[in-house]
Design a protein around this ligand. Structure first.
Ligand SMILES: [Zn+2]
Length: 266
């Protein structure tokens, strides 16, 4: 039962990833934008067939990495996002079915808590895709994430005390605002401040600090990688949201253990 369920959830997640790809790619195009219209090739603008729309498989089999109509290569980014979204959905469901570290944060039996967790993580993931692609996130997405963070404070079934979450939001806001002011907006955008505020509301201050630690640790490693490979330039801005998202995931799964271990050292 469980393996079948996992395959089904992965497929649903991959389709959601395909929808995310369409949202992100159409957002930047000048053409008549509608999230529900049929996808077209980015290069030749040919309407894609049903076979071209099957997540991951169409890239590997029918299309073989190229548009069937104009023969231009399709960026590997598309199937990778579909794969990641599928894995993310499986990870989220497994984490609730077989909770390892979630009990300190949410009640896995509460539909409200679980729905909030899924919505928060998936919409945050969509925001990271926008940030990765355009170094900007639509305001409507940031506001949705912020509202979900605020609602999570009021969730009556949440296992974390509400004041811990309010302090988390304040800590996240102050940390990011001070960095914004010190770097004069060069190190991060105003959207990153609201994303961190939302993570603080959602996780509480202890898990937020774990998330921020991993955000900067991974961001620094990535920056070092770019410098060593001579890919970094002063003008190129590294989007922060993908690192914030990775920090959020690490903190969701391992944050309680890491925070407990760290506090035991003090
Ligand atoms: Zn084409």
């Amino acid at each position: 039962m469980i393996p079948l369920l996992i395959v089904f959830i992965f497929c649903v997640g991959a389709c959601l990833g395909s929808f995310f790809n369409a949202l992100v790619s159409r957002f930047g195009s000048e053409k008549n934008w509608s999230p529900l219209s049929r996808s077209r090739c980015d290069v030749c603008d040919h309407r894609l067939g049903v076979l071209d729309l099957i997540p991951i498989l169409s890239f590997l089999t029918f299309c073989r990495g190229r548009c069937r109509f104009c023969g231009r290569p399709i960026p590997a980014y598309y199937p990778v996002i579909e794969l990641l979204t599928g894995l993310l959905c499986v990870g989220l469901v497994l984490s609730v079915l077989q909770p390892l570290h979630f009990p300190p944060l949410i009640d896995p039996n509460s539909v409200v808590s679980v729905s909030l967790l899924y919505s928060f993580v998936m919409i945050f993931f969509l925001a990271t895709l926008f940030d990765y692609q355009y170094q900007a996130i639509p305001k409507s997405l940031i506001m949705t994430i912020l509202v979900l963070g605020l609602v999570s404070i009021a969730d009556p079934t949440a296992t974390e005390f509400w004041i811990i979450r309010v302090i988390g939001g304040v800590v996240g806001f102050l940390l990011m605002t001070s960095q914004y002011l010190i770097t004069r907006g060069k190190g991060l955008g105003s959207g990153d401040i609201f994303l961190t505020l939302s993570i603080g509301f959602f996780l509480g201050w202890k898990l937020l600090l774990v998330a921020i630690f991993f955000t900067y640790a991974l961001g620094s490693l990535f920056g070092l990688f770019l410098v060593l490979n001579k890919k970094a330039s002063g003008k190129r801005k590294i989007p922060l949201a993908p690192f914030l998202f990775t920090g959020l995931l690490i903190s969701l799964v391992f944050g309680s253990d890491i925070a407990r271990w760290y506090l035991s050292l003090l």
